[in-house]
Design a protein around this ligand. Structure first.
Ligand SMILES: [Mn+2]
Length: 176
């Protein structure tokens, strides 16, 4: 659910994102959903249509525990009560993990999961270029890929000794 520069994005993008989320919830049997910030890009993009669509989706998942950490884009946004979101503030600790949006915390011993950067990796081969969202895993920090297909990303490339890259290719996650 991202709206670029305050413009409303096509409702099909929101529908696709929500459908993908529903598939992930059903296939994993997840009871808890934790969003690491930037659920919305701009409050101006949350039209009545968007608000209602998410409300409808939420009603379809009544038993889901929906939690979120605030991102820089939605730090001041008042999430509709009907969305049923538990606001966890800037970070949450769940040993041995710490979840945050964009505030690296080097004062903790936990393994930190972060959003915000949403890395992508470009694979080349046979004259083709494929740009895929990816996880970047460092020794004590991991960067999550964006969930929405509408989101851009920070390009990472090449092998490095201090991190591993895992690309999302359709329904598979592969180390590259
Ligand atoms: Mn962000």
């Amino acid at each position: 659910m991202f709206q670029s520069h305050g413009l409303a994005i096509p409702s099909s993008v929101i529908d696709d994102d929500l459908a993908k989320l529903s598939r992930a919830i059903h296939s994993t049997g997840a009871e808890n959903l934790l969003v690491l910030g930037d659920l919305i890009h701009s409050p101006f993009g949350v039209t009545d249509g968007v608000r209602n669509r998410v409300q409808q989706w939420r009603a379809d998942h009544p038993r889901l525990n929906f939690q979120m950490i605030r991102g820089n884009h939605d730090r001041a946004f008042r999430f509709p009560v009907e969305w049923g979101i538990e606001d966890l503030g800037t970070h949450v600790q769940d040993n041995p993990f710490l979840f945050t949006h964009d505030e690296p915390r080097h004062d903790v011993n936990e393994f930190v999961w972060m959003g915000h950067v949403h890395p992508v990796v470009t694979l080349t081969g046979g004259g083709d270029r494929l740009r895929l969202p990816c996880f970047v895993i460092f020794k004590s920090t991991a960067l999550l890929p964006a969930f929405s297909a509408f989101t851009g990303g920070y390009s990472v490339s090449g092998r490095a000794p201090d991190r591993r890259l895992f690309a999302i290719a359709d329904t598979s996650v592969i180390e590259v």
